[in-house]
Design a protein around this ligand. Sequence first.
Ligand SMILES: C[S@@+](CC[C@H](N)C(=O)[O-])C[C@H]1O[C@@H](n2cnc3c(N)ncnc32)[C@H](O)[C@@H]1O
Length: 202
Amino acid sequence: MFEPPSWDERYSGQEKLWSGNPNPQLVAVAAGLTPGTALDVGCGEGGDVIWLARQGWTVTGADFSANGLARAARHAEQAGVADRVDWWQVDARTFVAGGRSFDLVTSHYLHPPDGGIVEVTRRLAEAVAPGGHLIVVGHAPSEVFAQLGPTHRRAMFVAEELLPALPDDFEALAAEQRPRTLIRDGVTVEVHDSTLLARRTS
Ligand SMILES: C[S@@+](CC[C@H](N)C(=O)[O-])C[C@H]1O[C@@H](n2cnc3c(N)ncnc32)[C@H](O)[C@@H]1O
């Protein structure tokens, strides 16, 4: 689950893996921002990319799965926002912004193993334009995920662990676990989204 082949396999069938709805922490943050350029890393099937494009953002969807990106591009086409989006196949663990910068950099539920999300957050921060925002969201450790293996559970994190990844010219606006309900096997369960929101000051 931590390398492109397994995600390409998951995205190779017909069935949609995700709802297509935007993630609630993203909506809560972006609804208060003036649309500009955005980068969504680990964009999967493109639900957040499409929602942002509909709000007026010009969006780059990034993922290391070619099949995921192909699906996302199809969904963006169907949603009529293809002219506001582009795609970037890249591994978040090694990507460099390379001179590109964005008013909003967002990443949801990208869980590299062995604490890798801290280094990913540091790299994401480098892609934020002055005055821009960074939002990183993942699953907080919980008994709800007890069925997963130890490597997966260790890949979960709390938002405070990400704070050391912020460069000096960032201010943290929130680093907290936000409750969210999801329906699993017909049962409503409460989980917590570890949410880091930060702004680049210069
Ligand atoms: C759980 S899905 C979440 C997709 C989307 N963000 C959403 O919330 O619906 C995680 C996504 O991150 C991608 N991913 C995982 N590790 C990655 C990495 N190291 N670099 C880039 N993408 C990665 C996977 O291919 C997958 O599309």
